[in-house]
Design a protein around this ligand. Structure first.
Ligand SMILES: *[C@@H]1O[C@H](CO)[C@@H](O)[C@H](O)[C@H]1NC(C)=O
Ligand SMILES: *[C@@H]1O[C@H](CO)[C@@H](O)[C@H](O)[C@H]1NC(C)=O
Ligand SMILES: *[C@@H]1O[C@H](CO)[C@@H](O)[C@H](O)[C@H]1NC(C)=O
Length: 286
């Protein structure tokens, strides 16, 4: 009797709530927890980069022998997308200082002459670290922010203590493949691109420039990056120099709408000593 009842109830529940895998959903951007400081750093091309700081002060983190953590969001987004990760880390027993920055032309950062490239964004990141007096950071990058993080590993590895590179590509011609019109693309990417227009207008210091900024990012992904194994060979290896080598993880979702599957594994193979991980049940939008 009980079993029949359970069977009937679960059949009803299954009808009422069909299973939707996480990668077919796009929950709202969570927004940021309480900041301790926010500000702008003046970068190149007349662009000013917005950043926010959370948790203990930098001097507290440094005196505890810990490393500050910096988050870099994806294209068409803002730091707000990191709300859950930042809150989670702030609730650890001994949290580090956390910093989030809005990429140039995105979020609350400004537009200057509307120029963008991964090397400019890597330089913007260094400008934020310099401004805050941070020698080395643990950096988490997603998508466009993960490509920026790869650029940091290639050109500024002495400033990166560890890197979590999620959903990056390494070559605009071969590793970025936006297959539009599929159910998965419609469920996440199509919703994302539509929704972020409103979000950016809401956050922008100059909403009229949002469409041009979005276009600049679309063109950037057609143009770059073009990195090969030779470029990744510039990242120091832990086998040779444990002090200098950043601890690097290349990570991708088991599902992908934007970057070709396997890009993380390729970068891992080009970076001896790095880690590689596939997150189950999530996509580019984790
Ligand atoms: C630096 O950025 C702030 C914030 O956008 C701005 O008010 C200030 O004018 C900028 N300074 C320069 C020299 O561009
Ligand atoms: C893009 O992805 C589709 C579907 O997975 C695949 O058929 C196509 O070959 C890919 N294109 C490139 C250039 O990799
Ligand atoms: C995805 O959306 C496009 C545009 O609205 C539509 O033409 C297409 O049929 C959709 N594909 C699926 C698999 O839902």
């Amino acid at each position: 009797m009980l079993l029949v009842l359970i069977y009937l109830l679960s059949a009803v529940a299954a009808d009422a709530y069909p299973y939707v895998p996480p990668w077919m959903t796009l929950p709202p951007a969570p927004g940021l927890p309480k900041t301790t400081t926010t500000g702008y750093v003046n970068a190149t091309n007349g662009v000013n980069i917005w950043y926010a700081q959370f948790g203990p002060s930098l001097s507290e983190t440094t005196s505890n022998g810990m490393t500050p953590i910096l988050f870099i969001h994806g294209a068409q987004a803002s730091s707000d997308y990191w709300g859950h990760q930042i809150s989670y880390l702030l609730h650890q027993e001994e949290p580090s200082t956390i910093i989030a920055m809005d990429l140039r032309l995105m979020g609350r950062s400004t537009y200057g002459d509307l120029s963008t490239s991964f090397s400019l964004k890597a330089a913007d990141t260094i400008a934020v670290l310099d401004h805050l007096g941070i020698d080395k950071a643990a950096v988490v990058g997603w998508s466009n922010g993960a490509v920026t993080l790869v650029n940091l590993l290639l050109d500024y590895h002495s400033r990166i203590e560890r890197a979590f590179v999620f959903a990056a590509g390494y070559d605009a011609d071969t590793s970025l493949n936006r297959t539009t019109g599929t159910a998965q693309f419609n469920a996440t990417s199509a919703v994302y691109f539509e929704r972020t227009l409103e979000e950016l207008v809401e956050l922008s210091v100059d909403p009229e420039l949002v469409p041009a900024a979005r276009q600049a990012y679309t063109e950037e992904y057609v143009r770059e990056p073009h990195w090969t194994a030779d470029d990744f060979a510039r990242i120091p290896m832990p086998y040779e120099d444990c002090e200098a080598a950043p601890l690097v993880w290349f990570v991708e979702g088991a599902e992908e709408e934007i970057v070709n599957k396997g890009a993380a594994r390729t970068m891992h193979e080009w970076t001896p000593g790095s880690g590689w991980m596939v997150l189950p049940d999530v996509s580019h939008f984790a």
